[in-house]
Design a protein around this ligand. Structure first.
Ligand code: IPE
Ligand code: IPE
Ligand code: MG
Length: 242
């Protein structure tokens, strides 16, 4: 197990594309919704493990801006799971000192979910442990557009002046959670080699770890394997190798 005392490079911020819930269920002859239930249970286990290992920020891809294309029944099920989780897990967050955050477009989320998110953010805001950022109704492109809009609305400048002033920092500082550092490591389960619109802006220099395991089967040992792989990477950020 890797933890703060092992002296290996520990990512400060890990993002997880929790994919493969549907396939996990289908392989067992169960309804896809059952895969989401198991996926949520696993998210709880991995959150706890990541926090124990000393990771400071963990972004979980819960629901994308494209996931609305799914059957209404599946979408409703996922939203009700999220809501249940937010209402029932305050003790879990308190015990683990975890601070809950949200990233994603609040436009398009139902009022009841929004109020649960707001409540969870408020209830956990003083906890000093790991930040868990729930990416819900999240799309990387959507996030960049919203950041650009915030930037442009800041000044009373003309459109021409605002456009000339727009730079990379202007976008970075106007993302949903500008205090959260860029992800160092992005884990994707279920074997797909694509970003699916996750953290497009922030992951410019993230390291990727992809495993064939479906999300409900992704274990703490798999998390350790991802952390070990990360520790062995050489990050160059475009510069020359040593
Ligand atoms: C990930 O599992 C959860 C969400 C995208 C909400 P999937 O539901 O995408 O599972 P697969 O990819 O169909 O197996
Ligand atoms: C990405 O998984 C979104 C989440 C894990 C929430 P998808 O299952 O939506 O991605 P695609 O459709 O395989 O690209
Ligand atoms: Mg999927």
């Amino acid at each position: 197990m890797f933890n703060k005392t092992d002296g290996v490079a520990l990512p400060r911020h890990v993002g997880i594309i929790m994919d493969g819930n549907g396939r996990w269920a289908q392989h067992r002859g169960r309804a896809r919704t059952n895969g989401h239930t198991e996926g949520l249970k696993n998210a709880r286990r991995i959150v706890e493990a990541a926090s124990r290992r000393g990771i400071r920020y963990l972004t979980l891809f819960v629901f994308s801006t494209e996931n609305w294309k799914r059957a209404a029944q599946e979408v409703e099920f996922i939203m009700s799971l999220v809501k249940q989780h937010l209402t029932r897990e305050l003790d879990f967050y308190r015990e683990n000192h975890i601070r809950v955050r949200h990233t994603g477009d609040t436009d398009g989320l139902a009022a009841d979910i929004l109020s649960e998110i707001k409540q969870a953010l408020g209830d956990t805001q003083d906890f000093d442990g790991m930040h868990v950022i729930l990416a819900l109704n999240y799309g990387g492109r959507n996030a960049i557009v919203r950041a650009a809009r915030r930037f442009l609305l800041q000044g009373g400048a003309t459109a021409r002046e605002a456009a000339a002033a727009l730079d990379e920092d202007g976008i970075t500082q106007n993302m949903d959670n500008p205090d959260v550092p860029e992800p160092d490591l992005i884990i994707r389960t279920a074997g797909e080699f694509r970003t699916s619109n996750f953290l497009l802006w922030e992951a410019a220099y993230a390291e990727y770890f992809i495993t064939d395991k479906f999300w409900p089967d992704f274990s703490t040992e798999d998390l350790d394997a991802a952390l070990a792989a990360y520790a062995a990477r050489e990050r160059r950020f475009g510069a020359m190798t040593r």
